[in-house]
Ligand binder design. Structure first.
Ligand code: KIV
Length: 268
């Protein structure tokens, strides 16, 4: 039996207290999850970004609960000891609190996730309270909310006015008081996320929110160069796998057509 200790919500909080940065990355499949865990990624988020990254949708709106659970379970199988968060898709928690609670429980019971993540502001505060008191660890997500893309008419940086910045600080504090164990800050000015990070004891995890957050999250396809249309400003490419994969696929196709593959060494 492995003696490796599993990360908990208290470990994440202690990391903040000790000024240790938290590393979070999205993962949607077992193989990637295993690699990320092996490389020391602290938290794996089975993001609803799977809509764009692996399911071929234009945004996250069409992602269903069943699809998300399916990928979450795969990530858990690939990284049994990782801290895994299931990102609840659009309309799996907004319409009805009882249904939301049952859906959240499916992440913990069926997909064996450690926590769920919810996008939203003050409107989901009562739900967060209820989930936490029922035993569901909740990570909140404020700032740019991809599930609001249709209402917002695009992806817009949040917290640019003083009033909006104050709203975000207040929301983070309210989520902390409601029992959330961490909060994602997406696409807001670094100065605002600095203030939020100082205003709460729970860890802040930024994406496009600057260097002052307690941790960072990135979409795995972005940092690996698998999304080739453009490089989002908040991303750094750590590999160009898109280019390498194209090269490999072309070489494979060419060798099959030319009768160079398989060779005798690949045959029985
Ligand atoms: O779905 C996702 O990948 C996310 C991150 C961008 C935080 O919510």
């Amino acid at each position: 039996m492995s003696t490796e200790k599993k990360l908990t919500v208290s470990c994440l909080r202690r990391k903040k207290e000790k000024n240790e940065k938290i590393v979070m990355l999205t993962a949607y499949d077992a193989a990637t999850a295993a690699l990320a865990y092996r490389c020391g990624v602290d938290v794996l988020l089975v993001g609803d970004s799977m809509g764009n990254t692996v399911l071929g949708y234009e945004n996250t709106i069409p992602v269903t609960l069943e699809q998300s659970l399916h990928h979450c379970a795969a990530v858990r199988r690939g990284a049994p000891k990782a801290f895994v968060i299931g990102d609840m898709p659009f309309m799996t928690y907004q319409a009805d609190q009882n249904e939301a609670l049952k859906n959240a429980a499916r992440y913990l019971q069926e997909a064996r996730a450690d926590a769920v993540k919810l996008e939203g502001g003050a409107e989901i505060l009562p739900l967060v309270k209820r989930m936490v008191s029922a035993g569901v660890p909740v990570m909140c997500h404020i700032g740019l909310l991809p599930q609001q893309v249709l209402v917002a008419g695009g992806y817009k940086i949040a917290g640019k006015t003083e009033a909006d910045a104050q709203r975000l600080i207040r929301e983070a504090q309210e989520f902390e008081a409601a029992g959330a164990f961490a909060v994602v800050l997406e696409c807001l000015p670094a100065a605002v996320s600095k203030e939020i990070t100082a205003a709460v004891k729970i860890p802040t995890i930024g994406i496009g929110a600057g260097k002052y957050c307690d941790g960072q999250v990135q979409v795995v396809n972005d940092i690996l160069g698998l999304f080739t249309a453009f490089v989002p400003k908040h991303t750094k490419r750590y590999a160009e796998l898109g280019i390498q994969i194209e090269k490999a696929f072309s070489e494979y196709a060419g060798e099959v057509r030319e009768g160079k593959f398989p060779g005798d060494e690949h045959s029985f």
